[in-house]
Design a protein around this ligand. Structure first.
Ligand code: LLP
Length: 463
């Protein structure tokens, strides 16, 4: 298509440049429940509401950009995971997806455990009263200070990630007169993302100890000899945003194979196996995630079957979903600043945030959807790219989407499924002030993480 063939102005659905997008939805005002938090809807005026509160009111009270989190949805999803796995298994919420003290309290109340991977996450968990024995501590390079803090606090498990760490944790625990419960994280040669997995690759990474070449077996051998450690199990995490269970199947097969080798060599049946997180969510209407009960059933069946074949008692299973719990429960609310049609290409919609509050599009080429939230519109769809206000052309929030052709500065737009890895990976690029997280429930909103201020920035800059 030649650019001159089209007049300047919003591009309509029948005039589309190349890109990765589906046709516009029949009704741009519709909110697909797959990608939106459960209590999201529109009121009689067409304004998007969550927990019974209109986003126009939220924007007025808390400003934009803001992450708006549906507390009921978070609790329901956490509970669904807990219920799906029952009392015979443990669910550790992966705090890296999004952690705040309010979240820790909700998890505690809903009976979930918590996975942390830094001193900061550990401090947040402990300060909100999560019982230490329900915390797992991860990371490929925990500092001796972090390890000591975790051991002193009495965390339920430390997940060991290297030969050096085996010795380090054992030494610290012993010097504190403790015996620390540990799992050993192994790499099983499976990498899974979305609908694909590769079963023979990916030992070439920084996490875990490779099963291949007997290294994982050697790690267990060494750990079992150390007085400071109580080896309770094997850990495997194979990837992220996974929809297809076959990667877990191969991983479980290989982990159980190691448990069998351990039993044969040491006469010890390790009582636990952790299959990590990585379960996918819907970012757009094209994604079809599985429900927690389906995942629980599939994982339990796989492990039970593999253990029966190996004549092992089925170990206690644990999982570590982060994204699948918090991801769908929040959306980011932005105000449109400029609308710039590029003839024959697309319309650039600039919002008051960007890659500082959602780095995932720039970093992973992630796909998101977007809706006009402060009103409805019957205008023709136009192909847009939602971009931020940062000094970088890769500062894209939503690469390709359709919004109504009459979109104008001052409109509020909302990007769903930003609960996971958006606030937790937010930055101060261009000295942006990281947005607040506002939790909404039963017609009441409250700030659970406040907006950063220029004072916050200047306080760190000691001149
Ligand atoms: N357990 C372990 C050991 C992990 O490394 C991770 C994620 C999880 C659990 C939780 O995975 P989830 O269920 O949330 O997918 N920043 C990336 C994701 C990195 C995930 C790192 N590890 C993103 O924004 O997609």
């Amino acid at each position: 298509m030649s650019r001159s063939a089209h007049p300047a102005g919003p591009r309509h659905a029948d005039v589309l440049p190349e890109g990765h997008y589906s046709a516009p939805a029949d009704d741009l005002n519709a909110l697909d429940p797959k990608v939106w938090a459960r209590t999201v809807g529109r009121d009689a005026d067409g304004v998007v509401t969550v927990g019974g509160i209109a986003v126009t009111q939220l924007a007025e009270e808390y400003g934009t950009p803001a992450y708006i989190l549906d507390e009921d949805d978070f609790r329901e999803r956490a509970r669904a995971w807990r219920t799906a796995f029952g009392t015979e298994a443990d669910v550790f919420y992966a705090g890296k997806a999004f952690l705040s003290r309010a979240v820790v309290r909700w998890l505690d109340e809903e009976g979930l455990n918590l996975d942390v991977c830094s001193g900061g996450e550990l401090a947040t968990a402990l300060s909100a009263g999560m019982p230490a024995e329900r915390i797992a501590f991860h990371g490929n390079n925990k500092s001796p200070e972090e390890i000591e803090r975790a051991v002193r606090a009495g965390v339920g498990r430390i997940v060991l990630d290297s030969f050096q760490e085996i010795v380090r944790v054992a030494h610290i625990a012993q010097s504190l007169g403790r015996r620390q419960r540990v799992q050993i994280r192994i790499t099983v040669g499976v990498e899974a993302h979305t609908h694909e997995f590769i079963a023979t690759a990916h030992e070439d990474q920084k996490f875990g100890i490779p099963l291949a070449g007997g290294q994982a077996a050697e790690a267990v051998r060494r750990a079992l000899q150390l007085d400071g450690l109580e080896v309770i199990g094997i850990h495997s995490h194979i990837g992220s945003q996974i929809f297809d269970m076959s990667g877990f199947e191969v991983a479980a097969h290989r982990v159980v194979g190691l448990l069998k080798d351990i039993r044969d060599e040491h006469g010890v049946e390790l009582p636990e196996i952790d299959l990590g997180g990585g379960l996918g969510i819907a970012y757009t209407s094209d994604d079809d995630p599985r429900e927690p009960h389906e995942i629980a059933k599939a994982l339990t069946e796989i492990v039970t079957r593999e253990c029966e074949a190996a004549r092992l008692a089925t170990p206690r299973i644990s999982v570590e979903p982060g994204r699948a719990i918090v991801g769908p429960t929040a959306f980011t609310l932005y105000e449109v600043g400029t609308v710039k049609p590029l003839d024959g290409l697309r319309t650039y919609v600039s919002v008051d945030g960007g890659m500082s509050d959602n780095i995932r599009t720039a970093l992973y080429d992630a796909e998101y959807s977007v809706t006009l939230a402060s009103r409805t519109s019957d205008a023709e769809p136009m192909l847009v790219r939602v971009v931020g206000k940062h000094c970088e052309s890769g500062d894209i929030v939503v690469k390709d989407a359709f919004l109504p052709g009459d979109l104008a500065p001052g409109d509020l737009i909302a990007v769903p499924a930003t609960g996971a890895y958006c606030r937790s990976m937010a930055s101060n690029y261009n000295h942006a002030l990281r947005p607040p997280v506002v939790a909404v429930r039963d017609g009441a909103a409250r700030v659970v993480v406040r907006r950063e201020t220029e004072e916050d920035l200047l306080r760190l800059d000691v001149g």
